[in-house]
Structures are given as C-alpha cells and as structure tokens.
Write a protein that binds this ligand. Structure first.
Ligand code: FE2
Ligand code: FE2
Length: 378
C-alpha cells in the first residue's frame, strides 16, 4: 500500500506507484491519500498508461515494451546493426514501431574496428587547449621574408586542415550509431582539425599580415578528397596517403619553424595527426580484404588521372618552405634550403610507402602508388 497523504497525484507520485507495481509479486498496489482529486486522477492515469483500477487498487496492465526489440548487447558490438534500433544506446529495449533509421555502414565488417575504444580514449586524453598550450605571447620578431613564408605556409595548412575536417564529417552520418566508438573517434578527429584550423589561422594574423595565396591546383586536389563518396577510399586517401605526408611536413616545420609559436602549433598538430593515421591504417589493415586493396589502388590511379593536368602544390608554398629551411638568406643558404625541401619530399614518399606496405601492398606496388600521390601532399 502507498499512502500519499495530502500530495496531489498529478504532481509526481505516479512514479512511486510504477515502482511499487514493478517490484510487487502480484502486480497489485493499493493507493490511498487525502487529496480530494486523488480518485479521478488515479483513474485517468491508469487508463492512459494501461493499468486497471479495482476500487483503490491499481492492477499492473500490459507492458508497452512487451514486444520491444533489444538493440544488441551493452558490452559487445553486433555483426549487423538493425535500422529499427534507430539512435538507441546498445542494449536498450526499443519500443515496437519506433522510427527506423538506415545507415549505409551498418555492419561490423565495414563500420567497426576493435581498436576504436582504446584509440577514442587516447584521443580524448590527448586534447589540448590552444589558449594555454601555445606560447602566443612569447616575444619574437622575424625578418620580412621569414614572416611572409610562415604566413604562406599557414595559409596552405588551413585549407588542408579544412579538407581533413570535412572528410570525417561526411563519414559520421553514414555510420550506424551502434558502432559509437568509431563515430566518437571521428568526432574527436573533427575537433582536432577544427583546432588546427584555429591555431594556424591565428598564426597567420599574429603579426598583422593578411593570408597568402590559395592555388587552383591545391584546391583541385582537396576537392577530390571532400567529394569522395566511397568511405574506405576517402579515409585511405585522406589519412593514409595525405596525413602521412602531412605529418612529415609538420615535423619539418617543427624543425625549421623560425619562431616559438610556429614550432609549437606544428608539434601539437603532429601528435593529433599521428593518431588519425594510426586509426585509419589499423582499421583498413584489420579488414584483411585483398579486394579492398585493389579498390584503393584503383582510387589512387583515378585520382592521379583526374589531377594530372593541374599544377599540384602552390609554387608559393614550395618557395616558402625553401625560405624556412634556408640557414641564411643568400645564394648559398637558399641552396641548402632547396635541398632540404627535396629531402622532405623524399621522406614523405618513404613514409607513404611504409604505410602502404603495412596495409598489405607489396613493396613494388607501394612504390608505384606512392609516386602517383598528389603533388599537393594532401
Ligand atoms: Fe589536422
Ligand atoms: Fe588529421
């Protein structure tokens, strides 16, 4: 029996009755109280939720969730995620007739990766605050060619980071939320890229300069990434081919950046990029699917054919890298800078080949595919 005293029934006490019904052995609970409206309010409530009222005894009615569907198991991912599970958390009882939502990637083979929970935790722990992690106020003054070169490289980095943000953004709505750690990792990856856009943009204006140039060739290369509809190809071109190359560029800038802000933001971004590469490579590699490798190789060739008549890397970016890597701004110094940029391009190629071999390509095929990669680096 529940005695509500003077409390009005329509202001919350129904949860006490529900709880008592769930825990009572015979599904019957007597409800008494002194509020004048108790009788009719109790009767109305019973009718709405499907219980029966016998005098002042509530008799448990049918469970609306009796014909519910359980959305998998809380601690295990399903081989196939049902569209009828909708947005429910893993292991929820989903009411029969709830709205269905269909997702293109809804099976363990294409949507899941066993390493996703660990990498998601690592990604969340690795978030840094642009306001405190970067020494924005540290005093420095650069000679004009160096400041100009930093601004040009940052201009290029921002547009590449923007493409890197849009690729996972395209993927997320196509993944069944049952595979929530994969969705979560991609969401954190987007937050990483947004942070990179933020700090590189801030460095552009740090000494009052306007941004540099954005070339047709660079934009053409990035457009092929953001419009790619095959989710495996998109993540391969972005994270395995592009971000692996980009990681070498960030390390180069960490080494040759002429000021503490540039060096810090490139170092911080590189730690995030290494995680993005590891996630994509691991995920594609564990699929262990030879047909997938053929599809990825075909995509590299198709992209190369589409970009063959574009200029690739903005020449201003190439020149800015030479300036940054030159020990002195004279004919001998810029000769050293030039050689260092050539070495950087070679290091990018070796890094891509190593990743391609990790994915399962033969060394010969890796060499061929790496050489076809966009001259824009991303
Ligand atoms: Fe990034
Ligand atoms: Fe990235």
């Amino acid at each position: 029996m529940i005695d509500l005293g003077p409390a009005p029934f329509d202001r919350g006490p129904h949860v006490l009755v529900e709880h008592a019904l769930r825990t009572s052995a015979d599904g019957r609970v007597r409800v008494v109280g002194s509020h004048p409206d108790l009788g009719w309010q109790l009767a109305t409530w019973c009718r709405v939720v499907g219980h029966r009222l016998e005098g002042d005894v509530v008799v448990r009615g049918g469970d609306r969730f009796a014909r519910s569907l359980v959305s998998g198991h809380p601690d295990a991912v399903a081989a196939n995620a049902d569209p009828r599970w909708g947005l429910a958390v893993r292991g929820a009882r989903v009411e029969d007739g709830a709205a269905e939502l269909s997702f293109a990637l809804a099976d363990r083979d294409t949507a899941w990766d066993e390493d996703a929970p660990r990498l998601l935790a690592q990604a969340q722990a690795g978030q840094w605050d642009p306001a405190t992690a970067v020494p924005w106020d540290e005093p420095f003054e650069l000679p004009e060619p160096l400041e100009e070169a930093v601004v040009q490289v940052m201009t290029y980095l921002v547009e590449n980071e923007t493409a890197a943000l849009l690729v996972p953004a395209n993927l997320v709505p196509r993944l069944h939320p049952h595979y929530r750690e994969v969705v979560g990792f991609l969401a954190v990856q987007m937050a990483d890229e947004a942070r990179h856009v933020e700090v590189f943009t801030r460095r552009i204006g740090l000494r009052g300069r306007s941004p540099g140039t954005s070339s047709r060739g660079g934009q053409a290369s990035l457009a092929t990434l953001v419009t790619e509809r095959d989710p495996d190809v998109a993540s391969f071109l972005l994270s395995v081919m592009g971000e692996t190359s980009f990681l070498e560029l960030l390390r180069f800038l960490q080494q040759h950046g002429p000021d503490p802000v540039t060096r810090a933001i490139c170092r911080l971004a590189a730690t995030d990029e290494a995680r993005h590469v590891a996630f994509a490579v691991g995920r594609l590699r564990r699929r262990g699917d030879p047909a997938l490798l053929d599809r990825l190789a075909a995509a590299v060739r198709a992209r190369e054919a589409a970009l063959r008549h574009t200029s690739g890397l903005d020449p201003h970016v190439f020149d800015a890298l030479i300036v940054l890597a030159s020990p002195t701004f004279d004919p001998e110094g810029v000769g050293v800078g030039f050689e260092r940029v050539v070495e950087l391009v070679g290091r990018m190629d070796r890094a891509r080949r190593a990743m391609l071999v990790r994915l399962g390509f033969s060394p010969e095929r890796a060499t061929e595919l790496s050489a076809l990669h966009t001259r824009n680096f991303m």
